[in-house]
Design a protein around this ligand. Sequence first.
Ligand SMILES: Cc1ncc(COP(=O)(O)O)c(C=O)c1O
Length: 447
Amino acid sequence: MFGVFQPCQTGCQTKVLHYFIGIMKIKTLKTHEKLAIHGGPKTISSPFPGRGLIGRQEKAAVNALFDEAIRTGNAFGYNGPSEERYACEFAKFMGGGYADGVNSGTTAVYVALRALDIDPFTEVIVSSITDPGGMMPVAMLNCVPIPADTIPGGYNTGPEEIEKLISPLTSAIVVAHIGGEPADIEGIVKVAKRHRIPVVEDCSQSHGAELNGRKVGAFGDVAAFSTMFGKHHCTGGQGGVVFTRNEKLYQRVRQASDRGKPFGLPAGSTNTMASLNFNLSDLAAAIGIVQLKKLPSIVRRRRGFVARLARGLRGLRSVSLPLELPGAKSSYWFLRMRFHPEQMNCDKETFCKALAAEGVSLNPCYRAAMPHLMDWYKNRRVFGRSGAPWMSPLYKGDPQRRFPCPNAMASTAEQFNLTLSESWDAKQAAAILRAIEKVEAAFGREK
Ligand SMILES: Cc1ncc(COP(=O)(O)O)c(C=O)c1O
């Protein structure tokens, strides 16, 4: 603008100068709009559309089950035709294998470990960033959870981080693919095979995510999925799936999920192990069948939304998208964002508070997903006051061992999670970007 300024007589020069100063003031005011956190107008004043996950088709599927029950006089139950079909469709979605519906992601992890027949008082290496339901089943099996740090800058653990923790006590590894991003499961499986340790993939947050063209859950020995209502696809309010490509292991999965019933064993066999009843109901499976049909489109739309956001973020300096693994095609349960404090005159907490006040849905710090920092783990509260499995004389490891996980602490300190929905499109992406721009303009350091 000042490049075209032509000086004339002094009076005229002053007037023009004042004119430009005026324009600059207006511009400054515009780029430093009052933040909502300081009483200004919210960028996003009306709520974004809901996910619309459940629709008429799910209702029709459930009604059909009721109609059938009323017509025949026979109640719907579990291990029935709906669950069988859901399990078949799920295995097909995974590219072949065997699936068993269970009643939560937590029980899916439990059943997967149970099917592997690991011994009590051994150690199970688990992701340090995961849901409590991804770690507690280890302790419920009287095994010691050993949290593995994440890779630098990530939420997922990696082969190096896991290999450091392997000992003669290690009986299994549980790898969570967090936020829809595949962990380096190829590298992890390689390490595990070298040490002859089975791998459970926890895909609760990563339905449909791929690494090098293969769906996560198809790399390890067995995989667990949560299908509660907040996940990519659901089986109603809650549910889960255990998936494996190994037929023998599948029979053990079925036994472990239903009080040791002798699935796959010769006629006349009796219940083969003590377990609980973790079955998925046929009613839930009927919903799951419909949901599975929607899953590819849900994943595609989430990827599209993230691509849109990524394009818009290129011109911004307050946040960026952390690198993903080469060969990964994430399914984005949420979106990790790295905050750049060196560019801002505020810390991440203030930035996130300001963004949230503008109407952006986010989780400012994912440290709440580090189960080994929680009271149950710190106070060893699993089986009454016994302190077991850590304090049992049968555990031969160090019960006082600490797991500082510096990479996970750094990742959760530097990053925050943006909420995503497959129902959001260009309009919502633009609104989120506008909110980030507004907060960035208010807190940005002088360039
Ligand atoms: C990684 C992971 N594992 C396990 C679970 C437990 O699943 P559920 O809530 O269905 O028991 C969750 C739930 O969010 C999860 O994110």
